[in-house]
Design a protein around this ligand. Structure first.
Ligand SMILES: [Zn+2]
Ligand SMILES: [Zn+2]
Length: 339
């Protein structure tokens, strides 16, 4: 039996897959911005996860808090994941890039230390250069890795990541800013100023940190349904669409022409924000059977955007599912059926 679930964590994302009767367990993102996120995630872990059953794979789409602030809880409960995938892991000896990124994403020094520890503590971190194929464009690198984590299932990771050259430049600028003190001390001294200055550095090189979100696609090998596309907070453009379609092509295994495979489950990117979704083509949308939007009621970002909901709800035969939550833990899944 294979099970997949988007948990109701509200503004955030927490997705779990369990293949062949728990033989392969993986999680894609674990975080939430709602008030009772700690309790909500705790309940989910107790109900659905086996204590100390180390995850085979943990994929972190990007480091924003609403996708990562449950990771420590998850790792305490399940033990160290066997493999962790980060969207960019320009890992330097002092990790300035990651620490600065976590700080501007809302983590304080202690939280950022905890999360870095939980991520780096002995798990196998996948490095960018382990990918088997690169497509370079001017600013970012695309990573496409067709790796068999688990026999009978294919996993593909796609992302427009922040190149090491840019990450190194950001680290250099941060070093100049903090002069000879530790980044933690610089932040502690004047957090407001630190936030302003560090944000300025990152924004100077990267317009929106969501761009680097790792997209994960998984499907049973040799079968033409049950394809899931997880998007984190990624932006869509023609190139990403093409990459996804190329990857889910079954090359005749289903005795049909290429690109015939539907997308059975699709996580609407960035909690239904319009700018991440607006360039998705009608052709792509028509391939999708089930849309999932993970958002929190009354969130300050006004997710999901009604234009996004309108566009996907005019898609005949598809269903929209909301993995939501207000400040009350545990709503049940809600399903809208579109005739
Ligand atoms: Zn984000
Ligand atoms: Zn998000």
């Amino acid at each position: 039996m294979n099970e997949f679930k988007f948990y109701n964590v509200g503004e955030g994302l927490f997705y779990r897959g369990s293949l062949n009767n728990h033989a392969f367990e993986f999680v894609y993102d674990c975080g939430s911005e709602i008030k009772y996120s700690h309790e909500t995630i705790d309940n989910i872990l107790r109900n659905d996860f086996i204590p100390k059953r180390n995850l085979d794979l943990l994929v972190i789409s990007h480091l924003h808090k609403d996708h990562t602030n449950g990771i420590q809880q998850l790792i305490v409960y399940t033990g160290k994941p066997k493999k962790i995938i980060l969207p960019y892991y320009y890992i330097s000896s002092n990790n300035l890039f990651l620490k600065g990124f976590l700080f501007i994403s809302g983590y304080d020094n202690d939280e950022s230390q905890t999360i870095l520890k939980s991520i780096f503590n002995n798990s196998d971190i996948w490095r960018r250069d382990e990918g088997n194929k690169y497509d370079n464009n001017n600013e970012y690198e695309f990573r496409v890795t067709n790796n068999h984590f688990f026999e009978d299932w294919d996993f593909v990771l796609l992302n427009k990541s922040i190149s090491s050259a840019i990450a190194q430049q950001i680290e250099k600028d941060i070093s100049k800013l903090i002069v000879n003190v530790k980044i933690e001390d610089y932040i502690n001294k004047n957090p407001d100023k630190a936030l302003k200055e560090l944000t300025k550095i990152y924004k100077g090189y990267i317009k929106d940190l969501n761009i680097s979100s790792t997209i994960m696609i998984h499907w049973p090998k040799y079968e033409c349904f049950e394809t899931s596309v997880l998007t984190g907070d990624a932006y869509f453009d023609k190139e990403i669409e093409r990459k996804i379609l190329d990857n889910i092509c079954c090359y005749g295994y289903c005795f049909s022409h290429c690109r015939c495979r539907p997308i059975t489950y699709f996580q609407v990117p960035h909690h239904g924000a319009e700018k991440n979704f607006s360039s998705i083509s009608g052709t792509f949308i028509r391939k999708i059977n089930n849309f999932y939007i993970s958002f929190g009621f009354g969130n300050k970002y006004r997710h999901p955007c009604c234009n996004v909901v309108y566009r996907i709800s005019s898609q005949k035969g598809s269903k929209i599912h909301f993995a939501y939550n207000s400040d009350e833990p545990f709503f049940d899944d809600d399903t809208y059926i579109i005739k």
